[in-house]
Write a protein that binds this ligand. Structure first.
Ligand SMILES: Nc1nc2c(c(=O)[nH]1)N[C@H]1C(S)=C(S)[C@@H](COP(=O)(O)OP(=O)(O)OC[C@H]3O[C@@H](n4cnc5c(=O)[nH]c(N)nc54)[C@H](O)[C@@H]3O)O[C@H]1N2
Ligand SMILES: Nc1nc2c(c(=O)[nH]1)N[C@H]1C(S)=C(S)[C@@H](COP(=O)(O)OP(=O)(O)OC[C@H]3O[C@@H](n4cnc5c(=O)[nH]c(N)nc54)[C@H](O)[C@@H]3O)O[C@H]1N2
Ligand SMILES: [Mo]
Length: 761
């Protein structure tokens, strides 16, 4: 019998050592396992685990009123029964006094990979049975794209990702990949819902071995895997739209775009072309104009144009480009440029969104209609675009724009969070900390004493994937894994299912919450329902017993390699897109009708609210990319992430010129600052990053010194601005941030505190 644990970053074997301690080993069938994942076994037993339920002292003394002390207060250990009692009383009080809309259980976050213990599914099921909750919509990953894509290509984001042309198909027909934002392999280590085998590196290698040429257009050379030997084009962050517009300009001027494709498959090109040619009261989008914005030499822009005119080209855009001011534009413009090249719908090129942003994009898999825990329906209609949480807390009742609608922020009195960490994921944390003081009660289920736990009132200790049975059923991964319980729940922690069962019991709906099913009953239920569902694909799963015994099951590879939008390409009348015109909308009448100032009828260059083309007080552009040594904030307490720190702080990459100008040496503790906050980090000098840009990966546990107003550990979200991509998408804009950086002086350097447990009883 094989024993596996399944995580967002891969599948591992577990066993016990001589001291009965759990240890993990890589799965031999995975050719590219993730190193940081091996640290889960230690982290699951570390001194930062929350050992039992806790309540915040000030909250208990002042119940129902906010005292402004969240994040600064002490915690009192309480029994499970007391914790259930306190939380259920607050839930009922909030519901009866203000209605269910006053409860925010949007609870965004990646949580863990298993299908049954997926925290958000448990939250939804619990709160739907409780009468509903104010929710959140879209994702921090690609909110701008989620809103834009249905208007432009008539498909939602997930079906677009699943429809991506496979590596195998590209390797045979494509000649050139223009990688906007690169294809960093470290990002392909993860996939939401779990990874069986890592395949992205193999896919990119196959293209390279078959002669596909790659160009990396990015501020960071390391965004391109070394083995590609890619041509490097360093670009100022957030200016890709200008570069692409100038490429469109050259194609129009040279008359070298694909007019047949534009005529048969798109609408609104002429109006867009007028803009590009400067016929709309604006400057022409010439290479000289783009060069002044992007800092790319004019000659290089012409060389790029030559390349894409002469080779069958894929325009690949990483998700990062749209987590930025006016993030809708680079994606819209990338699709437009691909349309002008005319390869969309073939294996020769077209466009890609998020190749190597996660493991699955470009893999050969058939999407499976896997079933989840039934969640019921939410009777409360109030929602926010996910990244507007601080705005919501600051301005209840205020109207805001979203995708052509006028919506109102609900008035939140109670927040419930399980499986996400806003003190990791949200921008402008100093603003969030203030807004977070407003609700009467904040309840979280957390595993570790991370900043999320430390900013709550009632804390339920959750457990890890090692402490429960589960099923990895990721619709975008051909491997299914039996996640087996490796160890008993740490101290007095519980699964989210057990936590919500305890609350449901106090509130009188235990039977409807559990349906009298145990953990294993639910897992089998999801398996049986999924087995029925995939019959529509003419596939049969083994019996549950057989699967559980073996530990994993691999679905057969699809017989044909997928090519994005190939039906539409073959016959646009028979297979029209679900846009108003049935075609790719280079200009959108729908978006035009919204009359927004920050998203017009066609792709457009907008100056970001802060960028290197307009420096005032802060002269470096901060990229807070995904971390190599952990998943967001998860496993920052793990060995791999800890080993990557410099003087205990998160490393910040600085170009040698910028370091020299500031008298900074490798290993120095530096202070990054702007009007929003101050952060300490460890300097790592590298000419991988272009001058004027610094990289501080996201996910270092937020460790504020509230007296000095300095974050001690290196969390970039203290510096990022919290404003939507535009009034269309309202997505997060973490990649649009200017900072200044200097060597920290003695008075500014404090010890990192966040890895010391507050449990000292
Ligand atoms: N500056 C900047 N900020 C960013 C980004 C960026 O690029 N730059 N990226 C954004 C993106 S794309 C994303 S997706 C978000 C990610 O943001 P999150 O998904 O919120 O980040 P995680 O660190 O994965 O948070 C998961 C939390 O759930 C807890 N957890 C794990 N498993 C369980 C479980 O089974 N039960 C319970 N109760 N808890 C569990 C973990 O301990 C952790 O605290 O961050 C966003 N923020
Ligand atoms: N190891 C690991 N992998 C992860 C995650 C993780 O936490 N750890 N998180 C996962 C999640 S939730 C997501 S959403 C994906 C995100 O996937 P992405 O959005 O693709 O990831 P990022 O790391 O933010 O950005 C990739 C690169 O884009 C470049 N870049 C940033 N801004 C610009 C720009 O304006 N122009 C250009 N041309 N380049 C730019 C940066 O140099 C950066 O290294 O990653 C996933 N993969
Ligand atoms: Mo994400």
């Amino acid at each position: 019998m094989s024993s596996f644990v399944s995580t967002h970053w891969g599948t591992y074997r577990f066993s016990e050592d001589a001291n009965k301690k759990i240890k993990l080993a890589n799965w031999n069938l995975d050719s590219s396992p993730t190193k940081f994942g091996l640290g889960l076994a230690d982290a699951a037993n570390d001194s930062l685990r929350i050992t039992q339920p806790f309540v915040r002292k000030g909250w208990l003394e002042n119940k129902g009123k906010s005292d402004g002390k969240r994040g600064k207060d002490d915690f009192i250990p309480i029994s499970w029964d007391k914790a259930f009692e306190l939380a259920s009383e607050e839930l009922l009080k909030t519901k009866n006094t203000y209605s269910n809309s006053a409860i925010f259980a949007g609870s965004y976050g990646w949580a863990s990979a298993g299908r049954f213990h997926h925290a958000k599914s448990q939250v939804n099921r619990f709160f739907n049975l409780f009468g509903g909750f104010s929710s959140s919509f879209q994702s921090y990953s690609y909110a701008a794209a989620q809103t834009l894509l249905p208007h432009i290509i008539g498909a939602d984001l997930y079906s677009t990702l699943e429809d991506h042309t496979t590596w195998n198909a590209l390797s045979s027909d494509c000649e050139l990949v223009l990688m906007f934002g690169g294809m960093p392999l470290k990002n392909s280590k993860v996939s939401a819902g779990g990874v069986g085998k890592h395949t992205t590196e193999l896919g990119i290698k196959k293209c390279f071995d078959n002669g596909v040429e790659f160009v990396n257009i990015s501020p960071l050379i390391a965004d391109s895997p070394d083995f590609l030997n890619a041509k490097q084009v360093q670009i100022r962050p957030n200016t890709d739209t200008a570069l692409m517009l100038s490429l469109a300009f050259i194609l129009i001027k040279n008359d070298s775009y694909n007019k047949d494709f534009i005529r048969d498959y798109t609408v609104g090109f002429d109006s867009f072309a007028d803009y590009v040619l400067g016929k709309k009261d604006s400057q022409e989008c010439s290479p000289e104009w783009a060069s002044s914005i992007t800092s790319i030499p004019v000659k290089t822009i012409y060389e790029l144009a030559d390349l894409i005119i002469t080779k069958k080209t894929m325009i690949s855009i990483s998700w990062s480009l749209q987590r930025a001011s006016r993030g809708e534009q680079p994606l819209w413009m990338g699709i437009t440029l691909a349309a002008m090249l005319g390869q969309i719908g073939t294996a020769s090129g077209g466009f890609g969104f998020g190749y190597s942003s996660v493991n699955s994009t470009g893999d050969s898999f058939q999407r499976m209609p896997w079933k989840s825990l039934p969640q019921g329906t939410n009777k409360v209609k109030d929602f926010i675009p996910v990244a507007r949480i601080t705005d919501m807390l600051e301005s209840p009742g205020e109207e805001f724009d979203y995708d052509g609608q006028k919506l109102k922020y609900p008035d939140i009195k109670l927040i419930y969070w399980a499986g996400g960490n806003p003190f990791h994921h949200h921008q402008d944390l100093n603003r969030l900390v203030k807004a977070w003081q407003k609700p009467n009660t904040i309840i979280v289920n957390e595993i570790w004493w991370n900043p999320q736990a430390r900013h709550a009132d009632i804390i339920f200790p959750a457990n890890t994937a090692l402490e429960r049975n589960d099923l990895m059923l990721n619709p975008r991964d051909p491997t299914i894994v039996a996640n087996k319980c490796a160890m008993q729940s740490f101290k007095d922690s519980k699964t989210d299912f057990e936590i919500f069962s305890g609350l449901a019991k106090k509130l009188g709906f235990l039977d409807s919450f559990t349906e009298n099913k145990s953990e294993m009953d639910w897992i089998q239920y999801i398996w049986e329902k999924s087995s029925e569902a995939i019959k529509e694909k003419n596939l049969t799963l083994p019996s549950f017993e057989e699967f559980w015994e073996k530990g994993f099951y691999e679905l057969p590879a699809p017989k044909i390699e997928n090519i994005m939008l190939s039906d539409f390409r073959k016959d646009p009348n028979k297979f029209p897109l679900k846009t108003p015109s049935g075609k790719i909308e280079i200009s959108s009448k729908t978006i035009e009708s919204f009359q927004l100032k920050d998203c017009l009828s066609h792709p457009h260059w907008f100056e970001p609210y802060e960028w290197l083309g307009n420096i005032k007080n802060y002269s470096l552009h901060l990229i807070s990319s995904q971390p190599k040594h952990r998943l967001h904030s998860q496993l920052d307490n793990g060995l791999d992430s800890q080993n990557s720190k410099i003087n205990g702080r998160e490393p910040v990459l600085i170009n040698s010129n910028d370091a020299l100008n500031r008298d900074i040496e490798n290993g120095d503790i530096v202070l990054l600052y702007n009007a929003r906050g101050k952060v300490l980090a460890g300097a790592k000098i590298s000419d991988n990053v272009m001058p004027g840009v610094v990289v501080l990966s996201t996910g270092a546990w937020f460790d504020p010194d509230y007296d000095l107003n300095i974050e001690r550990h290196g969390n970039p979200n203290v510096l990022t601005k919290d404003i939507g991509t535009s009034s269309l998408g309202q997505g997060p804009t973490c990649h649009t941030t200017l900072v200044e950086l200097k060597k920290a002086n003695k008075e500014e350097i404090m010890d990192v505190n966040i890895f010391k447990s507050p449990e000292k009883f």
